[in-house]
Design a protein around this ligand. Structure first.
Ligand SMILES: Nc1ncnc2c1ncn2[C@@H]1O[C@H](COP(=O)(O)OP(=O)(O)O)[C@@H](O)[C@H]1O
Ligand SMILES: CC(C)(COP(=O)(O)O)[C@@H](O)C(=O)NCCC(=O)O
Length: 495
């Protein structure tokens, strides 16, 4: 019997020409920077949310200006959405304001005021999302003007927010506020606003919290498949200039000469020539990455999504995909064990900050090749500094308990989980003959130690033939995918 066809991600409907990633506000928000889309002028009346085992990720679009409406589109939209919207066309004020960068008051990363984001109520198009705040307006504008010489900003921007799934109420409150304030701003009854707004939900929580979202928000909630959304999100985000980055050979080489590190460089033979590669150093500098300025063909590829658990998905050239592997040793494992073994209570804060992890020295916890051999195991290409056994030094036969520092434990565990994922990823890439390996998921969070470990594992095992690729919006693939999916649906519905 012939195998059933693989599911396939469809073509992207959003115009990404001229897209820009806004500057980062702080290290904590580096993965949730807005993406300015100057050529996407269509109103969007849905909000996407990916509710995973650890975090809920929200994506929504805010238009910066009233788009020049094409009569045919306006006519079609006017008729198709009239049943959702009771406000007459003429009452809808044009908005020329901009999206917020950090809108939620109770969000751990937010230092600012109440969300200024609103859903714009437009008589032609139904409610869409827009921004409203003098403060955010000017910050957003300054940010863009630093990078592009335009006075008038067309299009709009994608906005990103993260919440802990454990506190899913905060996410619901955020969505509630977004919808309510939008109704308020546009002078539209909240009931009318709710009729036009849709939540595109994906991830396990889309099922677990489905009823709760529907009853609390009183809007339509549509569930989308998690894997399909991940691939859809990957296809979209890799079209954005400067989104994709990797540790480059030259820079990694450079690092070995510039940083003082406890793990000395290891020598790896690549294609018959000896080249020096840095073992992940305690302080890999952030400059040691290269960005893909111009998006290049991304498929076929392997996507390794490191969330609470790990999903490994093969994506073929035509966008069809299959989840080929996975492991339960993922972000939840790191975070869970760190909570057990160290005083950590928050992920971003006191312990798992880049500062703490990068300060640690895993050699006090891990058993290295040198601890066993007293030297390199040169015949196998194993330097004395390589980890032979993660946490191998912890157990003491004489029963004496040694206290290990939280920093050293964190670093060792990060290496153990990342190396393991890197190796499984490599084996799958090898099996399916794929050169490009994308790593996504909030586990990464731009941490240099994680990125360098994954990069090193891929490079080491593939003898330099495969490349680990990373994404600035690494944790938002699923929610971006859910957002994109409905863009297509809306167009289909309206034609
Ligand atoms: N603020 C945070 N709180 C908890 N975990 C975080 C945080 N930031 C990053 N993480 C890491 O990201 C993982 C979750 O990644 P994510 O892609 O959101 O997965 P999921 O969809 O399963 O929630 C966590 O298991 C943890 O390792
Ligand atoms: C079940 C999941 C798809 C859920 O996604 P997540 O919330 O972890 O992002 C993921 O945790 C997973 O693929 N776990 C690995 C299971 C395994 O293959 O062993």
């Amino acid at each position: 019997m012939p195998a059933p066809p693989l599911p396939s991600a469809k073509s992207i409907q959003v115009d990404t020409r001229g897209a820009l990633i806004l500057d980062e506000e702080s290290p904590e928000t580096r993965d949730s920077r807005g993406i300015y889309l100057p050529n996407y002028v269509e109103p969007v009346s849905h909000i996407a949310v990916d509710i995973g085992g650890s975090l809920a990720k929200v994506v929504f679009f805010t238009r910066s200006t009233e788009p020049p409406s094409s009569p045919s589109i306006a006519a079609t939209r006017g008729s198709s959405q009239a049943s959702h919207v009771s406000t007459p066309v003429s009452t809808s004020p044009p908005h020329h304001d901009f999206a917020p960068l950090s809108p939620h008051p109770s969000h751990p990363r937010v230092n600012g005021a109440l969300t200024p984001a609103v859903l714009e109520h437009n008589g032609h198009h139904g409610p869409t999302i827009s921004g409203l705040s003098t403060l955010d307006h000017s910050a957003f504008r300054d940010n863009l003007l630093r990078r592009v010489s335009v006075q008038h900003l067309p299009g709009g921007s994608l906005n990103f927010e993260r919440f802990e799934t454990e506190h899913i109420d905060e996410c619901v409150e955020f969505l509630q506020a977004l919808i309510e304030r939008s109704a308020e701003l546009n002078g539209v009854p909240i009931e009318d606003m709710r009729k036009g707004v849709k939540i595109m939900a994906t991830g396990g929580g889309a099922h677990k919290f489905y009823e709760m979202f529907q009853s609390k928000l009183q809007v339509e909630v549509r569930r989308e498949d998690e894997m399909e959304c991940l691939i859809e999100g990957l296809k979209f985000i890799t079209l954005i200039p400067h989104e994709v980055y990797y540790f480059s050979d030259e820079l990694i080489h450079e690092v070995s000469h510039q940083t003082a590190c406890s793990n000395r460089p290891s020598i790896l033979s690549v294609n018959g020539t000896n080249r020096e590669y840095e073992r992940p150093s305690p302080n890999p500098p952030r400059y040691a990455v290269s960005f893909e300025a111009n998006p290049t063909p991304q498929l076929p590829c392997l996507l390794v999504n490191i969330g609470s658990g790990v999903s490994i998905i093969r994506v073929d050239e035509d966008g069809s995909f299959e989840r080929v592997s996975g492991t339960s040793l993922g972000g939840g494992t790191l975070w869970g064990l760190l909570s057990l073994l160290t005083p950590a209570t928050t992920f971003d804060g006191e312990l798992f900050s880049s500062f703490v992890v990068e300060k640690g020295d895993n050699a006090s916890v891990d058993m290295l090749v040198g601890d066993i051999y007293g030297q390199d195991y040169s015949k196998l290409g194993l330097k004395s500094t390589m980890i032979a056994s993660s946490f191998g030094k912890v157990f003491k036969k004489d029963g004496k308990k040694v206290k290990f520092s939280a920093e050293d434990i964190s670093r060792s565990l990060l290496y153990a989980v990342s190396n393991n994922i890197g190796q499984i990823a490599y084996m799958n890439a090898e099996k399916y003959n794929l050169e490009r390996i994308y790593f996504g998921g909030c586990f990464i969070r731009g941490h240099a130690a994680t990125i360098s470990t994954l990069s090193y594992a891929i490079r080491f095992w593939s003898k330099g033939t495969k490349r680990a690729l990373f994404l600035r919006h690494e944790g938002f693939l699923g929610s971006i995918g859910a957002w994109i999916k409905n863009i297509g649906e809306e167009e289909i519905e309206e034609v």
